[in-house]
Each structure stands twice: as C-alpha cells, then as structure tokens.
Design a protein around this ligand. Structure first.
Ligand code: SF4
Length: 349
C-alpha cells in the first residue's frame, strides 16, 4: 500500500469580503487512516471540506494547495476537478435524504453514480450495486426498486453510504454525518463505516462537532478554532494527550473522556469570539498573553505525530491537568511557566 497521503492540504486560506474563514490550514490524511476534524460551530471544518471538493460559494476566495492522490486540484479546470473528485472521493452529508432524488428509484440512482464515477458496463454495475448494498447491510431486493420516500430513515442512510462508496473511492469525507442521529444510531453508523473502511481500505475524513464519536472511530484528530488549526494528534491509549489550551478545554468538557477524579472543564465566552489578528482563540483563552492577540502562532512539532500551535506552549508552558475554571488554569500556568497572572491578557477575568 502506498505511504503517500491520499489527501494533502497545504496552507489553505479562504476569505470572504468581510473576514478570513480559514487561515493557513494544513493537514494530511494517510491511506486507511480515519482523521477527525473537530471544533465548535464556526471553526472552519465544513469550509475546509467545501474547499477540498471545490464547492466553495463563488464569493469566497481561496489560496493554498489541495492534493488528492498526488494530483494538484488547483491545476484542474472546474469540470476536470468535479470529475476527478467524483471518482476519488465519496461524500456523506448530514442530510443524507437529500443525497437522493425523490422521484428516481434507488437502483437507477446507484447505477448513475457508478457510471459517472467511471464504473464499468451494465453487468459490472449490477454486481457492484448488490455488493455495496450488502456491505451497507441492506437487502438489494428490499430497496432497489423503491423510491427514496418508500424507505425508512435507517435504510436511506445506508443507501447514502452505499452511494458514497460504490466507486471504491480512496477517500471518504463525512461532514457532520451523525449530527442528526441519536447516540445508538450514530454508534451503528460509525461501526458500519468502520467495516466498509476495513473491507475497502479507504481513508476517512470525519468532520464533526460531536466529540463522543471521535473516541469511537478516529486514529488522528485535528482540532480547529476560528479557521485556524490548533492541534493535531495521533490517538493512542484511552485518553487523548492533548496539550493545547483549546483542545483540553474542549475535550475536558465531555463526560466520557474525563476521569472521574477530574472536574468537567468549560470554555469561557462563546464560539463567535474569534481574534482576527493573532491566535483565533485569544479572546477566550485563559492562558492568553499579550503576543497571542498580535501574532498567529505557527505549528510546532512536539513529536512525529503531534503538532501544536500555541505561543505559551512554545515557551514551555505545559500544564498537566484538566481544570474546571480559568482561575485554576491561570494558577497552573503560573506554576509551569513562571508567567504571572498580571501578564495574562484576561487577568481581570
Ligand atoms: S495561549 Fe495564546 S496562542 Fe495559546 S491558545 Fe491561548 S491565546 Fe492561543
């Protein structure tokens, strides 16, 4: 199997007339890897997916490079890019029912997708449709001649997954695919995609704000805030070893990943508070120092599988425990770095 990334995003920046939506975002997805792209609303996760697929609204301007299987998508025309992505990427959306045309039978739609994505003749299409429906744990006889409105929500969801992988794409992008599902259905869907991934060897880019799903499926996590990449980490062990203030507060705020002896964290402020000049988290960060609001922190490689963008961490500040309040975080920071609370940007908080 190739060791070259299936997807490589370099210095991706997206701007609207009013503001910068993504700032120098870089990451890779390796063959067979499941990478979760996480963050609160407005962090830039879905803009990243749209930019990768060339589906940004016309009024947005983007720079940077996107490679899929070593092809530079920026060098393709709009039509070529659409066709290339159609063949190399499968997409699963939150609104899976809208992936299907209500007035066309499921079997016909699967055949069309197979043909558009460069599939073979009719015999090959029929065989592949049966195979992919069975992978999605559906009986072909039960769905092929049906219209989408005749299927249950669960069946529709599985047909949407089958449609996304029918052409054996090396990359599957799932954008908030479990956002509208209850916990038990979401678990089943993840396990289904995991099985398909094992059978086909495809890589998965899992875009989500549901942190519970991350611990269930991801090999690696990229944490975004306000259009900037905060931290990227390969998961190992039972608890992710995040060090970035935002990641720690974010993941410390969910019950499953917090050991009982630690209190739950909370993130001060709200997701709309984004600093435009320096670190995008500076307006909410309990650790922020003056430089945070002025200069954007560059990514710093902690290990081969761990990258962090944070001024204070680059200066050697690495508090060891999750904390419940900004006051406790400030105390830890002072102990680990010698930065006094008077030097913190939000010392009045
Ligand atoms: S300490 Fe500064 S650079 Fe680090 S996350 Fe907080 S605001 Fe950003």
């Amino acid at each position: 199997m190739s060791k070259l990334p299936v997807l490589e995003v370099r210095e991706l920046t997206v701007r609207s007339a009013e503001r910068t939506l993504l700032q120098n975002v870089s990451f890779t997805v390796q063959p067979g890897e499941w990478r979760a792209l996480v963050g609160e609303s407005g962090s830039g996760k879905s803009v990243t997916a749209a930019a990768v697929m060339g589906m940004l609204p016309q009024e947005l301007e983007s720079t940077g490079t996107v490679f899929i299987e070593q092809t530079d998508l920026g060098k393709l025309s709009k039509r070529e890019r659409r066709r290339f992505c159609g063949r190399h990427v499968g997409m699963i959306f939150q609104d899976y029912a809208n992936s299907l045309t209500p007035s066309v039978r499921v079997g016909t739609q699967l055949k069309e997708v197979f043909r558009f994505s460069g599939g073979g003749n009719k015999k090959e299409a029929d065989a592949r449709i049966v195979e992919v429906l069975e992978q999605a744990e559906l009986s072909p006889q039960a769905v092929l001649d049906k219209y989408p409105f005749e299927l249950s929500g669960g069946q529709l969801q599985r047909v949407a997954i089958a449609m996304a992988v029918i052409h054996r794409p090396p990359l599957l992008i799932a954008d908030e695919a479990t956002a509208s599902l209850d916990a038990s259905t979401s678990k089943k869907m993840i396990s289904l995609i995991r099985n398909i991934q094992k059978q086909t060897g495809c890589a998965v880019l899992w875009i989500t704000h549901d942190l519970h799903t991350v611990s269930r499926c991801a090999d690696t996590v990229s944490v975004m805030y306000g259009g900037q990449m905060m931290e990227q980490l390969r998961l190992s062990g039972s608890e992710p070893a995040f060090v970035h203030p935002y990641s720690r507060l974010l993941f410390g705020s969910i019950l499953r990943l917090v050991p009982e002896k630690r209190p739950l964290s909370f993130i001060p402020g709200d997701p709309a508070q984004i600093s435009e000049r320096g670190c995008s988290f500076a307006l909410r960060c309990p650790y922020a120092v003056a430089s945070c609001d002025r200069e954007r922190p560059s990514p710093h490689r902690m290990t081969d599988t761990h990258e962090v963008s944070c001024h204070v961490i680059h200066q050697g500040g690495l508090p060891h425990e999750h904390s419940a309040s900004s006051g406790e975080l400030k105390k830890e920071l002072s102990q680990t770095t010698g930065i006094g609370s008077g030097q913190l940007l939000h010392s009045a908080r």
